[in-house]
Design a protein around this ligand. Structure first.
Ligand code: ATP
Ligand code: MG
Length: 331
């Protein structure tokens, strides 16, 4: 067993609010790891957000503070776990440039998330050079902190693989074991690893199809009311297909009685309205303490937390950069 207890992860600041998919896929594990005594480094990936939001850089910056609030609301204790903004650590930019030189283009062009994002952007004119390098920048975020593991959702698995491949390539090219492979910490439960959105696509900040950690109780109720259910279940007595119903998917995570609820849904013994009503209550109860904690956080406190987090993160990142330059013979 390694004695390295450092963990690194991050979220893009494409939106001021994180959703329950971000929570189930990653943030919930961060809090657990922190509470188990790991050194949890919590980054807000503002530069990553720019790959698709380059027209609104100021908004990305404002969002970054709000994302940090969600981390803390969910149970991250900034005294234990540094919370910091990616762009505050300039080492990420330097290392990104260096790794760009050693990453084969084919590895990036093959990435499934790249192809998806390309499609989302629509035209080649709108597609920035930086988008292709997304996994390189993510590799930098990880390697600078030399973590034992990286807790993320299932969609990030291809990026994590590229990251370990780039690390190996670096070690081989410069003949020095600077980086050890890190572990992928993806929830075992597939539903949590890739939570469906209210429309049954992947829940994503940029699709606006999520229930947010910081939504009000009324917002939560309205969203659940509009959620996708079994399309052929018009009446309570029609049979449901819980596997394809967003509400049933959330019940499976949050409701202790989900098995019975699924059974009744399938057998036409309960209607979608009842599912929605029960789910709303359970979700609002689950997230109430986080929402209350978030409401207590003011902007000045967050700036102090981020300054302190950046200082602690920079110490680690700059030590790694010294090793990187030395391995490459750059002085
Ligand atoms: P965007 O649309 O801006 O990419 P996102 O919702 O996909 O936003 P990211 O910032 O890309 O969020 O990812 C943050 C973390 O949340 C990552 O670890 C990612 O794997 C995880 N994550 C994102 N969406 C889901 C989801 N639907 N289910 C589980 N985990 C998710
Ligand atoms: Mg994403």
């Amino acid at each position: 067993m390694s004695d390295n207890k450092r963990i690194l992860s991050g979220m893009r600041s494409t939106n001021p609010q994180l959703h329950i998919g971000n929570y189930e896929g990653a943030l919930r594990n961060w809090v657990d790891l922190q509470n188990q005594g790991y050194d949890m480094f919590c980054m807000v990936a503002d530069w990553h957000a720019l790959t698709t939001m380059y027209e609104n850089p100021h908004e990305v910056s404002v969002n970054a503070r709000e994302v940090a609030k969600d981390y803390i609301a969910a149970g991250i204790d900034p005294a234990k776990s540094p919370v910091f903004i990616q762009s505050h650590i300039k080492e990420h930019a330097e290392f990104h440039l260096l790794l760009s030189m050693i990453t084969p283009l084919g590895w990036l062009e093959r990435t499934p998330t790249y192809k998806e994002k390309q499609q989302d952007l629509g035209s080649a004119e709108r597609e920035p050079y930086g988008l292709l390098g997304y996994p390189v920048l993510q590799t930098v975020d990880i390697l600078l902190y030399k973590p034992f593991g990286v807790p993320v959702g299932r969609d990030q698995a291809p990026h994590l693989e590229i990251g370990n491949d780039i690390a190996q390539r670096f070690n081989r090219l410069y003949n020095k074991d600077v980086f050890q492979p890190y572990k992928y910490m993806i929830p075992e439960d597939e539903n949590r690893a890739k939570l469906p959105g209210l429309d049954m696509r992947k829940m994503s900040k940029s699709y606006d199809n999520g229930i947010n950690i910081s939504d009000t109780e009324d917002e939560t109720a309205a969203k659940i009311k509009s959620a996708f259910t079994t399309p052929t279940k018009m009446r309570k007595t029609d049979p449901g297909i819980p596997e394809g119903c967003a509400v049933c998917q959330y019940l499976k995570i949050y409701s202790p009685n989900w098995e019975q609820q699924w059974e009744e849904d399938r057998n036409g013994e309960r209607g979608c309205m009842q599912n929605k009503k029960e789910l709303t209550e359970i979700i609002n109860e689950y997230f109430r303490p986080m929402r209350e904690r978030r409401a207590q956080l003011d902007d000045a406190t967050i700036e102090d937390i981020l300054r302190d987090g950046a200082k602690r993160a920079r110490e680690v990142a700059s030590a790694t950069m010294d090793e990187v330059r030395s391995a490459m013979g750059i002085y």
